[in-house]
Design a protein around this ligand. Structure first.
Ligand SMILES: [Ca+2]
Ligand SMILES: [Ca+2]
Length: 435
């Protein structure tokens, strides 16, 4: 157990041998010939789970050197300036600055409390993979979690990077992010969503919370509304038998995935997205800044068809209900014959919302500036679409000589949607029955 409890006026300092500035003492006796840099020293490791170590009012500078187990050279593994292995330390009111690659590293069933710390200028380590460097907090495995409360993350590559997927939730609340390339990312591609997040914000209203989300059979998960928007690069998947609830006020921006041109939101289980009139749930483009957050860091206006769509696939998704949901800038099509010598492009559009052999309820929704088709109903489908506002669906290229849309609702020959009191404005065609 480590007790390192400084005070506001007398903090405890962990720093480099070369750091003369911190105390005015030239410890290495070379005057100012040398200066400190990140990775000058290794780290403080926490192993004991009980009793918990306590660190308060500490300053941790220039650590995070990393280790190399490779005999053929320096192939480092970076494990932070503070490294928490299966332990539960309380690390509060402290400053982490200019550490190497990772400031705080968490693994092996650890559960630290990180509260009211300033975590800044974590240095980019050129030897590390780009996606493994400059992290304020790195939760490295699914067995670990943390309470991350009221911290300030400044000028890191990524403020928080997490693989946490424990039965104990990862608590991320009241944190402020400033000038990080990415505020936070939560990977649930393999583990299970268990994130209790609220009131996290970017002081410059940029970026968002990046998340990978898969809900599996038998799981019941909730995506919280936060002050920051979410950015989804890998879509959302709710498998048959899974239930995902999205809280009112959540803003979900879809960005194209570098490995795939676009990834839809795919619902084979149940999606409950019930907003309110004043706190709608918004699905929109990465470039849509209208929530006040410039998530993509660019000034350009979003375009229709910037992302693919929300897909309800099969009867197992029919318990889904969407109320006060806004769907904007979706409807990206697929090019079925990309080569010009085959007469391409020949574009296939399946709506900003695809309802395929499914009967969800869509009530008081808004569809705005989607490409080609706002809602595409196909197969054995009896969805309820009511009190919704479908407007400004944009015309799109179908092939070199013809265009399509913008269609409000496109209904297949075998489909029987119940349409009640919907309003249509500025679409080329409001409702189309396909043969
Ligand atoms: Ca010196
Ligand atoms: Ca923007």
């Amino acid at each position: 157990m480590l007790r390192a409890e400084g005070t506001v006026v007398e903090p405890i300092v962990f720093t480099s041998f070369l750091d003369d500035a911190v105390d005015g003492v030239d410890s290495n006796q070379d005057g100012s010939l040398s200066s400190p840099s990140s990775a000058d020293w290794m780290n403080v490791n926490f192993y004991n789970s009980a009793p918990s170590s306590v660190v308060r009012y500490a300053r941790v500078f220039y650590g995070g050197q990393g280790v190399s187990n490779n005999p053929n050279g320096w192939y480092p593994k970076y494990t932070g300036a503070f490294s928490v292995h299966g332990a539960h330390p309380q690390i509060t009111d402290s400053i982490f600055e200019r550490n190497h690659a990772i400031s705080l590293y968490v693994e092996k069933g650890a559960h630290p409390l990180l509260e009211r710390n300033m975590i800044k200028n974590t240095a980019f380590a050129s030897q590390a993979s780009a996606w493994m460097s400059g992290f304020g907090v790195r939760i490295a495995d699914a067995s670990s979690t943390a309470d991350i409360i009221g911290n300030i993350f400044e000028d890191n590559t990524i403020g928080i990077s997490s693989e946490s997927a424990t039965s104990t939730p990862l608590i991320v609340k009241d944190n402020t992010f400033t000038r990080n390339q990415k505020n936070a990312e939560f990977n649930y591609s393999y583990g299970d969503l268990n994130l209790e997040n609220t009131n996290n914000q970017d002081s410059e209203r940029k970026g968002g919370l990046y998340i990978q989300l898969v809900v599996r059979d038998g799981q019941v998960k909730t995506l919280r509304a936060d002050t920051m928007p979410y950015v989804f690069r890998g879509g959302i998947t709710v498998a048959e038998g899974g239930i995902l609830t999205i809280e009112p006020g959540a803003v979900i921006k879809s960005a194209s995935n570098p490995q795939a041109s676009s990834v839809p939101v795919v619902i084979r289980g149940t999606l409950k997205a019930q907003g309110t009139e004043v706190r709608p749930i918004i699905f929109t483009a990465f470039a849509d800044d209208s929530d006040g957050y410039d998530s993509d860091g660019a000034a350009g206006a979003p375009t229709s068809g910037a992302w693919e769509n929300i897909q309800f696939l099969g009867a197992t998704s029919s318990n889904s209900i969407l109320e006060y949901v806004q769907v904007r800038y979706g409807g990206l099509g697929k090019n079925l014959c990309p080569h010009a010598y085959l007469g391409g492009p020949c574009m296939d559009y399946k709506g900003a919302m695809l309802i395929q052999d499914a009967s969800p309820t869509i009530s008081r929704a808004t569809f705005d500036k989607n490409l080609a088709i706002a809602v595409y109903v196909a197969g054995d489908a009896q969805p309820i679409i009511e009190y919704s506002d479908i407007h400004d669906t944009k015309q799109a290229i179908k092939n070199p000589t013809t265009s399509i849309g913008g269609i409000g609702i496109s209904i297949g020959a075998e489909s029987l949607p119940a349409l009640t009191d919907n309003t249509f404005t500025n679409n080329f065609e409001d409702v189309v029955y396909r043969p």
